[in-house]
Ligand binder design. Structure first.
Ligand code: D54
Ligand code: ZN
Length: 294
């Protein structure tokens, strides 16, 4: 294989025994991904935690081609991996081995192991697509699908099932939100990746409250729909050693299995969660009683 260039930032795993001593700066270096989107660039962060790759493709003036880089020691990016995508920008296209998929705003894709050529494009460079990416190691190839929250199903097009739009919380507890699950067993099959988007109602600011951990999976959150002067206080850490990271619009945060992942915003916002690990049982969580948080 010819020598390739490095195209990803590498993050190692961190121990909770060390993390509780971290300064603000150190916490941010380890867990915050910022910026996630760069115009006309593919940005990728490879984490040793379950080997998830988090990143983006934001094609504007040009098409962007996903390659393996030096880091994967693979012929092509999806040789041994699967990929989940959600577009949070304007309408775009994804080409998988020559097949064109029209990926509208808030549409998603699952691209199975083995797809060789992956190209990202925007319909309008003035309103570029922002493809958010989560990728995990894969052991077999599941069919590639376009995933839409609403609309008509078609060949290779899956509409999120009604039971996978889950309304939770209430305005009284400031956590009224809808979890829209894009990639999960029974709807869009994958080896390990699960992905979805949670939208808060106006006046609600808390996500994943009451909170949880899940020792068998790690998770990454991408927060967006936040005004420039807004923010989300993202809470992480062991339930009795909580820390916060201030997250701005379109920033992502890595959550190790041992950590809670919950946030309180200066106003309502939206976020994408991606999970990988031991199982795909969405409800396999360890709930934390609010009284036990410290
Ligand atoms: O393990 C599940 C994930 O943390 C999220 O799906 C939770 C979430 O979107 C929410 O409660 O608001
Ligand atoms: Zn979770």
């Amino acid at each position: 294989m010819e020598k390739r260039r490095r195209i990803m930032e590498l993050r190692t795993a961190a121990s909770p025994r060390d993390v509780k001593h971290y300064t603000t700066e150190r916490l941010r270096e380890e867990f915050l991904i910022s910026p996630v989107f760069c115009r006309d660039e593919i940005k990728l962060v490879y984490s040793h935690i379950d080997r998830i790759i988090t990143g983006s493709a934001m094609p504007a003036e040009k098409s962007l081609v996903l390659t393996a880089g030096q880091e994967l020691r693979a012929e092509y990016f999806l040789q041994r991996r699967e990929l989940g995508v959600i577009n949070i920008g304007g309408p775009g296209r994804i080409l998988t081995d020559g097949k064109t998929w029209n990926v509208g705003s808030r549409d998603g894709m699952y691209i199975g192991m083995g797809a060789k050529e992956i190209i990202f494009e925007s319909e309008d460079s003035g309103n570029p697509a922002k493809f958010y990416l989560n990728s995990a190691p894969a052991h077999m190839s599941y069919p590639t699908k376009l995933i839409r929250p609403e609309g008509e199903p078609g060949k290779g097009v899956v509409i999120v099932h009604p039971e996978n739009k889950v309304e939770l919380g209430s305005l009284e507890t400031s956590n009224h939100r809808t979890i829209c699950k894009y990639i999960l067993p029974g709807q869009v099959e994958s080896c390990q990746l699960e992905m979805g988007m949670t939208h808060l109602e106006p006046g609600s600011v808390w996500n994943t409250m009451p909170c949880h951990t899940h020792d068998r999976r790690m998770e990454v959150y991408l927060y967006f729909d936040i005004p420039e002067d807004g923010f989300v206080m993202h809470y992480m850490g062991e339930p009795t050693e909580t820390r916060h990271i201030i997250v701005r619009n379109e920033e992502a945060v890595i959550s190790p299995s041992w950590s809670i992942h919950s946030g309180c915003g200066s106003q309502a916002y939206t976020f994408i969660w991606g999970m990988v690990g031991e199982n795909q049982d969405f409800d396999d969580m360890d709930s934390i009683d609010n009284r036990d948080l410290r």
